[in-house]
Design a protein around this ligand. Structure first.
Ligand code: HEM
Length: 485
């Protein structure tokens, strides 16, 4: 019997040795540089992914190995400004799409962001109506109402305690997207507290890195499911049931509404979208449309609170442009050039989507940067390292909005490297809405309050944990109301 055990052990060792040798010396990606251990197995990349600081390690890898690095047997990452055009960007006519890696999306593959080819184009066309200039003009009164509610409730809270935990306030503005998707707000701002469903969205971030890391290890994924505490499984079920119930309630409304759902309802009447797709995409819109903007608001508030000169300059711009705050609307905020520079710099320093969203080459392979990349190779661009690489941005660490306003110190910057909304046929469909919302909220915040950092939140940026998206620590800011009309 012992000979059987011995020979099994030898076979296993030989298998792994052969696998390692193949990956290093014979694999089609062998010519790409990267740490040897990472090219043998996915495990080092997965461990890095779960470390909470993967963005920094990935930047180090690009600095050490160059623009294209092999980070797993079958995976390459790219860090040069044109990479956004080469991978998610528009393809030439007749060229095959570099689609999303379905191994990453799994259950989300029927959403807009997880689907490929015809399905993606069909749903994108349907949803694009909800994000047109006309739709946004129709949505403006609703957005303004919630922004006014945010300011009003904050003023009440600040009268009691100047120091407010701002990530929660910005998470509560999910009310806007909740109303645009379900016609039924969560009531977070009204009650100045979390709706349990909204709380779960933000709590869920912590698990994303683990979930994404094990996605490529089916055994580990099954194990994780088996080990999942009962309450977590119950939370997940309740979360999905809540989404389904909200969608059903919105679908039952007879009156047309200028919201995200209307275009899907019209499409369903013409058999262009299924009920399951409507449910899945409503969830995507809520999560994609609220977590991202809440991150940018939190980053902007922290950076403004800790940079007095920038804060003052922004305040001056807003005060000079508007006579009273009723003049601040979605259209007028577009004229605030300094604010735009501030927002770009916030998204460079603290991008809302900091980690790579994996794509995959078509089975026949494709050309990238005049080199052939074999079929079924997973490709990624990590936004945080792209936006922090000293080859792309001079002095990448300090918060410097002037870099977007022609300051000669930054004239060598590769500005096209900053693509926080990605590019091409799969860029952020909510980009214009996000900019409108961000400018409006920031303008109203700066008009109404001066912001200073509470000592509890010093080095807040450094305390953020990367879990695919940011797992944000509490952000305490001291708000002083200004006496403005
Ligand atoms: C600052 C705010 C935002 C940032 C930084 C952001 C960023 C992004 C990025 C990088 C992508 C591409 C993801 C990929 O490659 O799969 C994306 C896609 C998407 N975003 Fe946003 N987003 C923001 C706000 C919003 C808002 C407000 C909405 C809607 C309410 C939204 C809805 C979507 C959807 C549906 C997609 C998938 C598009 C497609 O695959 O065709 N996003 N976003």
């Amino acid at each position: 019997m012992s000979w059987l055990v011995e020979s099994s052990k030898t076979s296993i060792v030989c298998y792994f040795l052969g696998y390692a040798l193949y990956n290093v010396f014979f694999h089609p990606l062998r010519k790409y540089p990267g740490p040897k251990l990472w090219s043998i197995s996915r495990i080092p990349y997965s461990l890095c992914y779960m470390s909470g600081k993967a963005h920094k390690r990935i930047l180090e890898l690009h600095e050490e190995y160059g623009d294209i690095v092999r980070i797993a047997p079958n995976e390459l990452i790219f860090c040069y400004p044109e990479a956004f055009n080469d991978i998610p960007g528009h393809r030439e006519q007749g060229e095959e799409e570099i689609g999303k890696d379905q191994g990453f999306w799994k259950e989300d593959s029927i959403t807009l962001t997880g689907s490929n080819g015809q399905d993606h184009r069909r749903v994108r066309r349907i949803l694009s109506h909800a994000f047109s200039a006309k739709a946004m003009a129709d949505q403006e009164p609703l957005i303004k109402r919630y922004v006014e509610l945010l300011i009003e409730k904050l003023k009440i809270a600040v009268a009691e305690d100047k120091s407010q935990e701002m990530t929660s306030w910005y998470n509560w503005t999910t009310d806007i997207i909740g109303d645009l998707a379900y016609a039924d707000p969560f009531g977070c701002l009204e009650t100045s507290s979390y709706h349990p469903w909204v709380k779960l969205i933000f709590k869920h971030i912590k698990g994303l890195a683990i979930n994404n890391s094990v996605a490529k290890f089916p055994f580990a994924q099954s194990l994780l499911k088996m080990m999942m505490p009962k309450e977590v499984a119950k939370d997940i079920r309740a979360h999905h049931e809540f989404n389904q119930a909200k969608v059903a309630k919105r679908l039952a409304l007879k009156e047309p509404r200028p919201d995200f759902m209307q275009s899907m309802i019209t499409a369903q009447e013409n058999n262009l979208i299924s009920h399951e797709e409507i449910v899945a995409n409503s969830h995507l819109l809520i999560v994609g449309g609220s977590e991202t903007t809440a991150t940018v608001f939190s980053g902007a508030t922290y950076l403004l609170a800790s940079h007095k000169a920038v804060r003052e300059k922004l305040y001056q711009e807003i005060k000079t442009r508007f006579a009273n705050q009723d003049e601040i609307d979605l259209l007028s905020v577009q004229k605030l050039d300094y604010m735009m520079a501030v927002l770009k710099e916030v998204m460079r320093i603290y991008p809302a989507v900091p980690s790579a969203i994996p794509h995959i080459t078509p089975p026949r392979g494709t050309m990238i940067r005049e080199e052939f990349v074999p079929g079924n190779t997973v490709l990624g661009i990590w936004p945080w390292p792209m936006f922090h690489h000293p080859k792309h941005f001079a002095e990448p660490e300090p918060f410097a909005p002037e870099r977007w306003l022609g300051d000669h110190k930054f004239e060598e910057d590769k500005r096209i490297a900053l693509q926080p909304f990605s590019v091409g046929a799969r860029d952020c469909i909510g980009k214009n809405l996000a900019y409108a919302e961000m400018r409006l909220i920031l303008a109203k915040m700066v008009w109404n309050f001066d912001m200073k950092l509470d000592s509890r939140s010093e080095n807040w940026l450094e305390k953020n944990v990367l879990s695919f998206l940011w797992d944000k620590p509490p952000l305490y800011i001291r708000l002083t109301p200004r006496n403005m009309s």
